[in-house]
Design a protein around this ligand. Structure first.
Ligand code: NAD
Ligand code: UDP
Ligand code: UDP
Length: 343
């Protein structure tokens, strides 16, 4: 890349699962990367291999506080993503989404940077339309256990659109559907990491509910490619755009596939379903196909095999590492047994 094409890019949440892959990708493209993270759910381990890179910089900072730096582009990923993690301190989750968005938009406005928001399929809630297209307004419980995340992300989308309309900011909104791959935290409570950890230890795979609920899983490399393509779209296009893999699976199918790929002897057990757990989720990616010329390339079996290989080489000492978050299993117990305030 010519020096003139190299940009200074801020990645908030850069030490997390998606953020760490994005930092690596942007460095490889020849950009300068400023990774900002408060290590709430992210880990220095995810970016340890980047620390010596001359174009990489790491700043411990909480995006709910103002940040004054000079950059050309911003990817705003800071926010816990696993239900176990975001429900652990729900007020902080909403603050991160809303105050974090205001601060990053204020920063983008001051330096006239282009800014991409990591939004989520959760803005559709427990959807009554299937598959979900971007013009569906969603079916979200505003006072349930998931609402700190869902409503926080919905409000962030509002702020992004209003900064665009009011301040002529260049914004891009990505509605990310379930994504998996190396660097997921082994204790983060999400279904892919839980099942792989359980299968590798020959422990029972915990299906919540009867396992008939569906999700659509996108491999991380496909998602990072989509982020880049979305950021490069013409100024007139801001999204929101669904990013995810449109192939839908039940949790029972996922469990069986992971047991087989791990060569595990694990049985499957059934546990209570957490409240407001969406029944079906699958993106309609027609807009991404036409506007980004993008679609996922990595099939589930291939992506799971790569992810399992990464989990296999994790040293046991690293699993209970320096996360500020309590261990996922304990938090999950609390989530499952917490009173359901939505009823
Ligand atoms: P993650 O938890 O691994 O990463 C989030 C990162 O943000 C962590 O490094 C965490 O320490 C950091 N963070 C949290 N609060 C912060 C704060 N106040 N200030 C600074 N840093 C903070 O999650 P992920 O899967 O990498 O998700 C990244 C983004 O993508 C999130 O915004 C999430 O909502 C969105 N997303 C992810 C998925 C998915 O399936 N992975 C799906 C939908 C949306
Ligand atoms: N902000 C920031 N970095 C900047 C500029 C602004 O963190 O470089 C924060 C600032 O603290 C403010 C928020 O972004 O609270 C919104 O900024 P904006 O200029 O939109 O609004 P105002 O400052 O007028 O409230
Ligand atoms: N799930 C499960 N067992 C687990 C973890 C999750 O059956 O050990 C289910 C969960 O109830 C949900 C789906 O798997 O229906 C996806 O959960 P995840 O937490 O990964 O993400 P979500 O899509 O719900 O945000």
């Amino acid at each position: 890349m010519r020096e003139a094409d190299s940009k200074r890019i801020l990645v908030t949440g850069g030490a997390g699962f998606l953020g760490s892959h994005l930092c690596e990708y942007l460095l490889a493209q020849g950009h300068d990367v400023l990774c900002v993270d408060n290590f709430y759910t992210g880990s220095k381990r995810n970016i340890a291999h980047l620390l010596a890179h001359p174009r990489f910089e790491l700043l411990r900072h909480d995006v709910t506080f103002p940040l004054y730096v000079e950059v050309d582009e911003i990817y705003n990923l800071a926010c816990p993503a696993s239900p176990v993690h975001y429900q652990n301190d729900p007020v902080q989750t909403t603050k991160t989404s809303v105050h974090g968005a205001i601060n990053m938009l204020g920063l983008a406005k001051r330096v006239r940077a282009k800014i991409l928001q990591a939004s989520t399929s959760e803005v559709y809630g427990d959807p009554q339309m299937h598959p979900q297209t971007e013009d569906y307004w969603g079916h979200v419980n505003p006072i349930g256990l998931r609402s700190c995340y869902d409503e926080g992300k919905r409000c962030a989308e509002t702020l992004f659109m209003d900064y665009r309309r009011q301040h002529r900011l260049q914004v891009k909104i990505a509605r990310i559907f379930n994504t998996y791959g190396p660097h997921m935290h082994p204790n983060d409570g999400r279904v892919v990491s839980n099942f792989i950890m359980q299968a590798l230890a020959d422990e029972p795979l915990t299906i919540y509910g009867d396992g008939s609920q569906t999700r659509s899983f996108c491999y991380v490399d496909d998602m990072i490619a989509a982020f880049d393509k979305l950021m490069q779209t013409p100024d007139g296009f801001c999204g929101p755009v669904n990013l995810g893999n449109p192939v839908e699976h039940t949790m029972l199918e996922l469990a069986e596939r992971i047991v087989a790929l791990c060569g595990s002897r694990s049985p499957i057990v059934f546990k209570p379903l957490p409240s407001d757990d969406p029944v079906r989720r699958r993106p309609d990616i027609g807009l991404a196909r036409s506007m980004l010329a993008w679609e996922p390339k990595v099939a589930l079996t291939e992506g799971l095999s790569r992810t399992i290989a990464w989990f296999r080489q994790l040293r046991p000492g690293l699993i209970d590492d320096e996360l500020l978050m309590p261990a996922g299993v304990a938090a999950q117990e609390r989530t499952l047994h917490a009173p359901d305030m939505s009823k």
